[in-house]
Design a protein around this ligand. Structure first.
Ligand code: SF4
Length: 345
């Protein structure tokens, strides 16, 4: 089956459009175990390490079944990197989807028009017919996945599901056949319901936020230190299934509204709106603390940090900010900081 990959810092790519084109949407993730020599020839040393890692993979050549890549407006880094992809990545289809920052009527119309442009370019390039019926069918499939993930996610609070297991599951959904994933998620949900809570008396309940965190090994590392992620504000997490797409109206409008109605993500401004989202989550889930992770040179997350630091202090909610390299060796070097945070909360 042909695949269309998406390079997206905040999961605003409408996968339904790719499914309606009878192709498989695949989210691109970094690989913390590779070097990034080739990408370094194209970007300055202060370019985000995660985006740079994906550029390296693309220059080296993606899976042969990936016939194109959609880059969706996330942060300045991904936006500008798209221009580099145009120059040095060998793919027959590259499309920049301009997901707007604003959340008003003009932004909605703008986004709808860009989705329509994506449809027409996919139809022309791959000789397919993306009908409203097919989009509606895909919306129903994806809504089913979102509903299942919301339900499964809640078992993190009940201490029946480790944050790392959930993270790996959401990653798998973003890279696999969606019909198969519905079956897998249904089985997983039934199995989790039968579980007893794991020992948790010494675990600290945290809210995890920040940049794209796509290495499940990092989540396992946090668990080894003594944290359980009961809730997150991540694109491999709640931002993927926060709400559902309207199944009754114009499907393109429904998709645009769905993405623009999600709570603001870390790649977007302003900081006070981001803070409001995090504060509500921290209070609702009664977390012991908030961990904010920035991939090295992730400007949007670095920008938010001083404001968050001040506001969480005012609320007396323990808050830890860590900027890290995109490689597994760096996790070990951070152990002391995480252990110290665990001690104080
Ligand atoms: S980690 Fe930060 S800078 Fe890098 S792509 Fe994501 S939002 Fe952009």
């Amino acid at each position: 089956m042909k695949k269309i990959a998406y390079f997206d810092a905040c999961v605003e790519t409408p996968e339904e459009i790719i499914l309606a084109a009878d192709m498989l949407p695949i989210r691109l993730f970094g690989d913390p175990e590779i070097g990034i020599d080739k990408a370094n020839e194209h970007v300055p040393p202060t370019h985000c390490v995660w985006a740079r890692n994906i550029l390296e993979q693309a220059i080296n050549g993606l899976d042969d079944n990936i016939k194109g890549v959609i880059t969706t407006h996330g942060c300045d880094c991904t936006n500008r990197e798209f221009d580099i992809w145009l120059e040095c990545v060998n793919l027959e289809f590259l499309f920049f989807l301009n997901a707007p920052l604003k959340r008003n009527e003009t932004a909605l119309n703008f986004f709808m028009n860009d989705i329509k442009e994506l449809i027409s370019q996919l139809e022309e390039k791959f000789n397919v017919n993306i009908t409203s019926e097919k989009i509606n069918e895909a919306i129903k499939k994806m809504n089913k996945i979102r509903k299942l993930l919301r339900e499964i996610s809640s078992f993190r609070v009940d201490m029946k599901l480790k944050g790392s297991e959930f993270h790996a599951l959401v990653k798998k959904v973003q890279q696999s056949d969606k019909s198969k994933m519905i079956e897998i998620l249904e089985l997983k949900l039934a199995e989790i319901k039968e579980r007893k809570p794991f020992p948790n008396a010494n675990l600290k309940k945290v809210l995890l936020t920040g940049s794209v965190i796509d290495d499940t090994e990092f989540i396992k590392f946090l668990e080894e230190v003594g944290f359980q992620i009961v809730i997150d504000d991540l694109c491999i997490g709640t931002k993927y299934f926060w709400n559902s797409v309207d199944e009754d109206g114009d499907p393109i409008k429904g998709l645009a509204e769905f993405h623009l109605s999600k709570p603001i993500y870390s790649t977007k401004f302003p900081s006070y709106e981001r803070f409001r989202v995090l504060k509500n989550l921290a209070e609702k889930y009664k977390v012991d603390g908030v961990i904010n992770i920035a991939q090295k040179f992730c400007e949007p997350v670095l920008y938010d940090h001083p404001y968050f630091n001040k506001k969480f202090k005012e609320l007396e909610i323990p808050y830890l900010f860590v900027e890290m390299e995109y490689n597994r060796e760096s996790y070990k070097q951070l152990t002391t900081r995480f252990e110290a945070f665990r001690e104080i909360i």
